[in-house]
Design a protein around this ligand. Structure first.
Ligand SMILES: [Ca+2]
Ligand SMILES: [Ca+2]
Length: 398
């Protein structure tokens, strides 16, 4: 090797390293997408262990989706999937339309805690702990994504309950929760944005608080008839295995207070903060859920596929307990509703948790209905997206 070639090589290496470091350091550099080698294939996940009501089936829509968390659907059918601890946002495509993913692209792998995704007018919005990013015209640029635009970067930066779920409401505003930065504390006294759900115009302007006294909401949706915001909230820890309940809540008026940190589940005074207020001052949950079940995504079935009796009910993903003696959650729950009132709460899909061994092969996170009425479920432990379909028992192929 001549001196000249080795110098040229060294120079090339230096330039390459410089490019690499500049890409990694700038927070809004153009992402370098990577297509995961992926073939539609029978997944090895033991979905046959899952129990569903008669007529329902569950299959794997995509696997190899490391740490799959929140989901958002693009206008052209791209499924965007976020992660909490993997720094990654995925774009998942089903190009041959057989309801199994055939292309999975790692859209960006440089993002700290990109837990929230939402889609509006061609753009993908991603929520990190303290800021919101937007990738424009994303579905036409999956192979060459643009550098994200920073929409808003002034949210609190604590990682404790700092990961965010986001979604656009029927009012075309972007809804962004801010968790309490603790297990139990009166954080709103320090900064009123803590323990709240906020909303803003798509460009980040006109931010306001929609719901207060919310410990940590990581899933919400709007009622298909009333247009009201419904959200799940994760109850506090260290009051024992069985209290307080997690919650499903309904916002009937902007600014309502849902109790945290003073009152839990509508009736349980907090041992430390409970004396400051009566529980009557706060909006009670529509449904008190199990303690520690960790409810995340929530949806109302609206499409043509699910049976009529599910209309007006809510389905929610219970991610499952991490600090309860006997594990709870690890299922999709159904809250049966008569208007705004709960008339039943029980399992829709269960079996991720083996009750005997107390081991779980998966933990459901988010729910999303496709246009055909089938339901997608993300799972950040099995690294998968499932699809649930329904055909009346007795129909051919059901
Ligand atoms: Ca396919
Ligand atoms: Ca509450």
């Amino acid at each position: 090797m001549t001196l000249k070639t080795s110098l040229t090589q060294a120079l090339a290496l230096a330039v390459f390293l410089l490019m690499l470091s500049s890409c990694k350091q700038s927070a809004t550099a153009e992402p370098e997408p990577e297509l995961i080698q992926y073939e539609e294939a029978a997944s090895l996940l033991p979905v046959d262990r899952l129990n569903l009501p008669p007529g329902f089936r569950i299959e794997v829509f995509a696997d190899s989706v490391e740490g799959a968390r929140s989901m958002a659907l693009g206008d052209n059918g791209t499924l965007f999937v976020s992660t909490r601890n993997k720094k990654t946002v995925y774009a998942i495509q089903d190009l041959d339309k057989d309801f199994r993913a055939d292309h999975i692209t790692v859209l960006d792998s440089t993002l700290e805690v990109p837990n929230g995704v939402a889609f509006r007018k061609g753009s993908l919005y991603v929520a990190q702990v303290g800021r919101l990013l937007r990738y424009d015209s994303i579905e036409t640029k999956l192979d060459n994504p643009p550098a994200p635009v920073v929409v808003y970067d002034d949210y609190p930066t604590e990682f404790h309950h700092g990961w965010k779920y986001i979604a656009f409401g029927p009012d075309d505003k972007l809804y962004v929760p801010v968790g309490a930065p603790c297990n139990i504390c009166d954080s709103a006294a320090v900064d009123e944005r803590y323990a709240s759900i906020t909303r803003m115009d798509p460009d980040g302007s006109n931010r306001e608080i929609v719901a207060r006294g919310v410990r940590n909401s990581v899933g919400f949706t709007w009622h298909p008839q009333t247009g009201e915001l419904w959200f799940t909230d994760n109850g506090r820890d260290l009051m024992g295995d069985d209290i307080p309940p997690c919650e499903l809540n309904r916002v009937s008026e902007a600014g309502q207070h849902f109790g945290y940190p003073f009152c839990h589940g509508g009736i349980i005074k907090d041992p430390e903060y409970g004396e400051q207020h009566s529980c009557d001052e706060f909006v009670p949950p529509v449904q008190a859920l199990g303690a520690h079940v960790a409810p995340l995504g929530v949806r109302f079935p609206t499409g043509a596929m699910f049976p009529e009796e599910y209309r007006g009910d809510a389905l929610l993903a219970e991610h499952g307990s991490w600090n309860r003696a006997k594990k709870s959650g690890y299922r999709i729950a159904r809250v049966e509703l008569d208007g705004n009132n709960s008339v039943g709460y029980g399992p829709f899909i269960e079996g991720w948790l083996d009750e005997e061994t107390q081991e779980a092969f998966g933990r459901p996170v988010d729910l999303l209905f496709l246009s055909d009425g089938s339901l997608l479920i993300s799972d950040d432990v099995a690294h998968a997206i499932y699809r649930v379909t329904y055909a009346p028992p007795g129909t051919p192929g059901a």
